[in-house]
Design a protein around this ligand. Sequence first.
Ligand code: SF4
Length: 201
Amino acid sequence: MDMTLPDPDKSGTFFERLRAVYDSMGEAYDEAALHYGFTCEGCTDNCCTQRFFHHTLSEYLYLMEGVQTLDDERRAEVLTLAKVVTDTYPRELEAGEILPLMCPLNFEGLCALYEYRPMICRAHGLPHRFQRPDGKNVEGGGCHRFEAGHLVTVYIDRTEFYRGLAELERDLRAELGFTGRYKKTTAQMLLDMAEHLGLDS
Ligand code: SF4
């Protein structure tokens, strides 16, 4: 990906802001989960096989910070899996079918970079709503497990979290002079990181 990395001192400030958004999101999620008595425990339908797209450089850079905490062996495994996953995308296109491919960061059902995982991984599972910048209200349901066992009585309002992330993203892009569009799966982000960090993938 064609992008200069930010000064490490400055990225610390961006990461702090991102963690604050994640923490608020986590609190709202926990509150709603408590309301519903909902947990992921024992769920066999691992949501890490969902094709999530990520749209922010801030989450890209934060996940890259996480990748650098992995030991060499685990990092090599992650990058090999990321390659396997992305190599499957063209075949899916040909077949006209999206396969449930496991995220390259998931090992034995657990996220290898849980503390660094992107927003959508934190938000998935419970009903939510948010107001788009154009004022339109959008609602979304919970995951299969939630829908099978619960009536919707409470929504997580994601508006503030998305706004916080958008403001952070705006400032980061201004800092980097990046004006492009960003839309990548976790596997694609991981391969970009390998390139940025000069790692073999
Ligand atoms: S980043 Fe972690 S939580 Fe998100 S899909 Fe991948 S393994 Fe799952």
